[in-house]
Ligand binder design. Structure first.
Ligand SMILES: N[C@@H](CCC(=O)N[C@@H](CS)C(=O)NCC(=O)O)C(=O)O
Length: 206
């Protein structure tokens, strides 16, 4: 069988979700990794061919291009026989998908804030808009701190998304000091960061 092809970059937190899932499901050997660089103002022609939204991750498999990260993660989870990272049914499924939505939602806000602060020309920046994104980030952090119990247990697609989101804050927003007001979440993150799949996918030094 032809290898699947994953378009990713080592610093992309959404692609990290997929890389963690690939390791956890032991499908990593079946995936060829294609390292690409891109931003909204410097798109990548190769990625554009596989994802009309022009974003990573994108996974080329059996003549079909899959995106975005939740879709790819669910696809990979269906391709292995081990413990499922996305429960098929019942309350656990919705708890997992809700957690994924929180991790991804934090990331969406963080990435917008990052693009605003790092890509947009200084004279065009809009502080209130960035503060609005920061409010969303803090909203998710507060919620996760309040329900840290729901994160405990074996990795799921939900907790993978959360760990990648928190890792992205450390990578791009180290000054935020998110652990100060979220100590229980910080403790959970420290413990989870020791897992092999999480360690193997840490973003490179900023
Ligand atoms: N909802 C998408 C978001 C993917 C995303 O925003 N990826 C970033 C890299 S971390 C990207 O490709 N940015 C380029 C752009 O926005 O044009 C997912 O879950 O995969």
């Amino acid at each position: 069988m032809a290898k699947m092809k994953l378009y990713y970059s080592p610093g992309s937190p959404y692609a990290r979700k997929v890389r963690v899932v690939a390791l956890e499901t032991k499908l990593d050997k079946k995936i060829e990794m294609v390292n690409v660089a891109l931003t909204p103002i410097a798109p990548n022609a190769d990625v554009d061919k596989h994802n009309p939204i022009g974003k990573i991750p994108a996974l080329s498999v059996k003549g079909i291009d899959l995106f975005d990260s939740p879709v790819i993660c669910e696809y990979l989870d269906q391709q292995h026989k081990g413990r499922k990272l996305l429960p098929r049914k019942g309350r656990d499924r919705w708890v997992t998908l809700r957690l994924q939505a929180m991790g991804d939602g934090l990331l969406d806000a963080a990435l917008l804030a990052r693009y605003e602060g790092a890509l947009r020309p200084e004279e065009k920046r809009w502080p209130e808009w960035s503060q609005g994104q920061l409010k969303k980030i803090n909203g998710v952090l507060d919620q996760l701190e309040a329900e840290v119990k729901s994160l405990k247990g074996k990795l799921t697609i939900g907790t993978i998304s959360v760990v990648c989101a928190l890792g992205y804050l450390d990578f791009r927003f180290a000054d935020l000091g998110w652990r100060d007001k979220h100590p229980k979440l910080g403790k959970w993150f420290a413990a989870t960061s020791k897992l092999a799949s999480i360690k193997a996918t840490v973003p490179p030094p900023a």
